[in-house]
Write a protein of this length. Structure first.
Length: 477
């Protein structure tokens, strides 16, 4: 180690202030303190690390604090050195500008070793940690909560600099990890002063930008909404994509969070949804009505998802969703958001979607628009679906396909079965109507394009069709 530091220092020079290298010194082992006449920054003792892999016998195998100070003082100005020491007396074996104790959460400025060098940033005391970051679920600590802090359903504001009251975590500093228990309802969590998280306290005097990383894990069947007061992020229920979200705290105490998205959605039946939390699509086979603001799936034990499979193999299926702007108990409309839905008809009959005000028709699988994407928005006091399927009607009325512009087809427009249709002949041009595969009407323009001629056919038993009359309409100039 001594040789590597000396070689690095000689190669880069102690006066090279342009260096911005990041170095790390990690020691895990034993340490001790001995009496000394020298004055240490914290006490009247000499501190040393016990290097078990050195060949020299004790006590010549000790690495004293003065030796380490002299060694690291050789580093060029501008180098950032992070020291992680897992050993007794590890908190005072180096004189550093910033000292952080993970047990107490203490982070205070200390006298710098050299004013022209930012050589050492942190010493993290890992020894004697009663519940460190390896622990998953935390209990109340004296000053600093470690691990993950658990929240039950409700609305919370957590100030990362607070040590007392409801904005703290059990009258202690909050850790950057939260377990969100949403089985009994939704969680609305606002994180303030996120730059004060973890060991950022005490770094304000250094011209450094430190981004804290936050973890939010949803362990329940509801949803959670995370906010920094400006931006909001959804943490979906357990078993779904996005149940665990990683966020970074950036300048101005803002959170930027990731999103877990894949094109795979597992499906299950309504009855088995509660036992298969990873399923995001529910399949139904009969007319059903669900209130999206409550637990109405799986016999009232689960919140309904936003993906629906309508199996019309044996009969038509009608699905009505009320309060559609709710996502696992969270009213997204009140948070200036809209809800997205997917509906798929997998059977041979038609299916109907409804919000109680409008009905949308899905065609049978393989015969037309058998799936659709919808969004739910609020209009007055109503939660309404807006779907991209054109067959829409007021609830209880006959659906009509409505298009905002002209419709253009290449050759045929068919009605009902495949043998009744309008056929366009581009070469003539002519428009023909076929009924039961027999031509019933043919229309074409007259020579010069100034008139329209039509032939009307009538069926003759055994001889199909015969011409009844021919009429030519001519427009005078």
């Amino acid at each position: 180690m001594f040789g590597r530091v000396n070689k690095y220092s000689q190669r880069n020079g102690t006066g090279n202030s342009t260096r911005r290298d990041n170095l790390a010194f990690v020691f895990s082992g034993h340490g001790l303190s001995t009496t000394s006449t020298l004055t240490d920054r914290r006490d009247e003792l000499d501190h040393a690390l016990l290097a078990a892999d050195l060949e020299d016998p004790f006590p010549t195998n000790l690495l004293y604090d003065t030796e380490l100070q002299q060694l690291f003082a050789l580093l060029p100005a501008g180098v950032l050195l992070t020291c992680i020491i897992d050993a007794p007396s590890g908190d005072s074996v180096l004189q550093l500008p910033i000292y952080f104790d993970a047990k107490t959460g203490c982070a205070a400025e200390q006298c710098a070793l050299r004013s022209d060098a930012m050589i050492a940033l942190l010493v993290i005391l890992l020894a004697c940690l009663q519940s460190g970051y390896a622990s998953f679920l935390t209990t109340t600590a004296d000053f600093f909560q470690t691990g993950c802090f658990q929240l039950l359903d409700g609305t919370y504001t957590k100030d990362m600099s607070s040590t007392f009251g409801t904005t703290s975590c059990g009258n202690a500093l909050c850790p950057p990890c939260f377990l969100l228990e949403t089985n009994s309802g939704a969680i609305y969590l606002t994180i303030s002063s996120c730059l004060s998280a973890e060991f950022n306290t005490g770094l304000s005097s250094l011209s450094l930008t430190v981004f804290s990383t936050f973890t939010f894990i949803n362990t329940g069947r509801g949803a959670a909404l995370i906010s920094d007061g400006t931006n909001s992020y959804m943490v979906t229920r357990s078993g779904h994509r996005g149940l665990g979200s990683k966020c970074s705290c950036i300048t101005s105490n803002l959170l930027t969070c990731d999103a877990s998205v894949t094109p795979v959605m597992f499906q299950t039946t309504d009855a088995t949804l509660a036992s298969r939390p990873s399923s995001e699509c529910v399949s139904i086979t009969a007319d059903s009505t669900y209130d999206m603001s409550g637990r109405q799936c799986a016999f009232g034990s689960a919140y309904c998802p936003s993906c629906w499979i309508l199996d019309t193999s044996s009969n038509t299926v009608s699905l009505t969703l009320t309060n559609c702007n709710n996502y696992f108990k969270i009213d997204v409309g009140s948070n200036s958001a809209i809800m997205s839905y997917t509906f798929v008809n997998t059977g041979s009959n038609a299916a109907t979607l409804s919000d109680g005000t409008n009905d949308y028709t899905l065609a049978a699988q393989g015969t037309g628009t058998s799936h659709t994407h919808c969004v739910c928005h609020i209009s007055g006091a109503s939660h309404l679906l807006a779907c991209d399927v054109p067959a829409i009607a007021a609830t209880g009325s006959t659906p009509i396909n409505t298009f905002p512009q002209d419709i253009q087809v290449a050759t045929q427009v068919r009605f009902g079965g495949s043998t009744t249709y309008l056929n366009y002949v581009s070469g003539t041009p002519a428009l023909e109507m076929y009924v039961g595969s027999n031509r019933a009407l043919s229309g074409t323009s007259t020579a010069g394009g100034s008139g329209f001629g039509a032939q009307v056919f009538a069926e003759v038993p055994g001889r199909h069709f015969k011409t009844v009359r021919t009429r030519v309409c001519r427009v005078q100039p």
